[in-house]
Write a protein that binds this ligand. Structure first.
Ligand code: SAM
Length: 236
């Protein structure tokens, strides 16, 4: 489940409770009577989260925008003239950052509907549908310089199952990137610490000149989320 969206009703988890030492007493939402505990916890976290507040003030659709901003400040792959594919783009923070940085050729996909973000081409589809990759390339009008994936499946609450589901998505994104990237291109993907992620890193190392793991500041410190950044695609 994304850090950036309210949890669905069926994912009932008790609120974590307590405050981090040294922090001011967090604000709490008073109209909580219709919310599940996990929705309330998500809301409390949002209203006390500096990245979420910054995102709202800046007009970004998600705090995830700051993760991409920090990664791109280091690797510089979002440039005017670059062709970009954004996998799991909803609600659109990463695509907003790409457009802000001069990218005009961008196509993205998500299971969820996304409000238009011109000039981005937006597809509502399951990325694992075999027809999706070709459709993205068709919308983009050519092969990409960057494939970025922030896809995250809904969690079921069983750690190993959740890990395998996210790894399945990363592998699908990595296979796609290896099939479609231009030589010299880059791949960026959300991953989670855990055994199978090492296998994906191994796969990427065979196809890219350099592979790094990055934990941006906007990625919550209590989450095992990290990002894989593979640069210098060696070509097919
Ligand atoms: N990067 C986005 C942003 O900046 O706003 C946030 C992405 S959110 C963390 C993860 C997204 O992955 C969700 O919107 C979810 O619907 C999408 N997703 C998960 N599985 C998917 C799949 N199989 N195909 C397409 N999108 C998927």
């Amino acid at each position: 489940m994304s850090d950036d969206k309210p949890p669905r009703k069926r994912m009932v988890r008790p609120p974590s409770g307590g405050t981090e030492s040294g922090r001011a007493t967090p604000a709490r939402l008073k109209t909580a009577w219709k919310r599940t505990p996990s929705q309330q916890a998500w809301l409390n976290r949002q209203i006390n989260d500096p990245f979420a507040a910054q995102a709202r003030a800046h007009g970004y659709r998600s705090r995830a925008a700051y993760k991409l901003t920090e990664i791109d400040d280091r690797f510089h792959f979002l440039k005017r003239g670059a062709r970009v594919i954004d996998l799991g783009l909803a609600p659109g923070g990463w695509t907003q950052v790409a457009i802000e940085r001069g990218v005009t050729d961008i196509a993205g996909v998500d299971l969820l509907p996304v409000e238009p973000l011109p000039p981005a081409h937006i597809l509502q589809m399951d990325f694992t549908d075999p027809a999706c990759g070709l459709e993205l390339i068709r919308l983009l009008g050519g092969t990409p310089d960057l494939v970025m994936s922030d896809m995250a499946p809904n969690t079921v609450g069983h750690r190993q199952t959740d890990h395998l589901r996210i790894v399945g998505l990363i592998e699908a994104a990595a296979d796609f990137a290896i099939q479609v990237l231009k030589p010299g291109g880059a791949f960026l993907a959300k991953a989670f610490q855990g055994g199978e992620t090492a296998e994906v890193i191994g796969l990427l190392k065979r196809h890219f000149a350099e592979v790094k793991t990055v934990k941006p500041k906007a990625s919550r410190s209590d989450s095992s989320e990290l990002y894989l950044v593979a640069t210098g695609f060696k070509g097919r």
